[in-house]
Design a protein around this ligand. Structure first.
Ligand code: NAD
Length: 299
């Protein structure tokens, strides 16, 4: 299949490369020249123009930062965005994490243009994107989901149909609110252990096999030196940016307000990530939030 992949950042680049490795004819596009150069060096065909990437594409995938980027790509202010320029029947899959309302807006415009559209955000981090083991949470028509499933299976190992348009995003926001809370709780427990003279590696191994075990602790340990090959072991570079987590917690709070839901820990987590971002750490991986609790340099 001829696939256009828009957004070659931490997640999009390895996802696009997995599609190419599986034999698809993938052309990537990113507005950032450095992202294009890096991905090209990794072996992907890239196009500096959006038009060049989508020409004759049978499938368009996007992996962009936030709602505004997705709306401007597909709809644009004049309403003459990408959807208006694709052939009817082209399968469009957006895997960015955005507001469910934005996903529904794009889905409605896609329906009018006779373009099958899915919101398909992912979980699993950069490692999952590289290994092709992401979890996809998909919203949209079941028949479109079934058409996309084999393609998504090349980038992920758990592919779920969450419901109608927007349901993938609503699911993702619940998941990421929990992840944000778990990361702060994990950082707090590890910092307490270190302050009490414990070895963070040993403490982590014990808690992993005890009732405190969770993904942030087991797979994404925030304490430097506790785990190899995670952002905390390389100065919190790569991975999932603090500002992206802040965005997701903001989306969780917006949807809580809209539904009069109580999210006390989600609200607190959002404030803590906001304080961490305001202190200049927005581009560091979100596990660096541990520095808010245990500033670097403490012995
Ligand atoms: P990133 O910032 O590394 O990459 C986003 C890329 O999109 C950038 O290279 C940027 O230049 C490009 N871009 C922005 N606007 C564009 C446009 N109009 N056209 C083409 N390219 C454009 O972000 P990421 O970490 O890859 O995350 C992407 C999405 O996936 C976000 O919504 C994020 O919340 C979600 N996500 C990230 C992770 C993670 O661990 N990083 C995990 C799950 C979900």
């Amino acid at each position: 299949m001829k696939v256009a992949f828009i957004g070659l950042g931490n997640m999009g680049a390895p996802m696009a490369l997995n599609l190419r490795k599986a034999g698809h004819e993938v052309t990537g596009h990113d507005v950032s020249e450095s992202a294009r150069t890096r991905t090209e060096a990794d072996g992907l065909v890239v196009s500096a123009s959006l038009e060049g990437a989508v020409a004759n594409a049978q499938i368009v995938m996007s992996m962009l930062p936030a709602s505004e980027h997705v709306e401007s790509l597909y709809l644009s202010e004049s309403g003459a965005g990408l959807l208006a320029n694709l052939s009817p029947g082209t399968l469009v899959i957006d895997s960015s994490t955005i507001a469910a309302a934005s996903a529904r807006k794009v889905a409605e415009a896609a329906l009018r243009a006779r373009i099958p559209f899915l919101d398909a955000p992912v979980s699993g981090g950069v490692r999952g994107a590289q290994a092709g083991t992401l979890t996809f949470m998909v919203g949209g028509e079941r028949s479109t989901f079934e058409r996309a499933e084999p393609l998504l299976g090349l980038m992920g190992k758990n592919i779920f149909h969450a419901g109608a348009a927007g349901a993938g995003q609503a699911t993702k926001i619940c998941n990421n609110m929990l992840l944000g809370i778990l990361m702060i709780g994990t950082a707090e427990a590890l910092s307490l252990g270190v302050a009490n003279g414990l070895d963070p590696k040993v403490l982590s191994q014990i808690m992993s096999r005890s009732s405190g075990g969770n993904w942030a602790l087991d797979k994404y340990n925030p304490m430097p030196g506790a785990m190899d090959d995670v952002p905390s072991s390389r100065g919190y570079t790569g991975g999932f940016g603090t500002d992206l987590m802040l965005k997701d917690l903001g989306l969780a709070i917006e949807s809580a307000v809209a539904t009069r839901s109580a999210t006390p820990l989600g609200s607190l987590a959002r404030s803590l990530f906001a304080a961490h971002s305001l202190a200049g750490n927005g581009t560091l991986d979100f596990s660096s939030v541990i520095q808010l609790i245990r500033p670097p340099g403490l012995t």
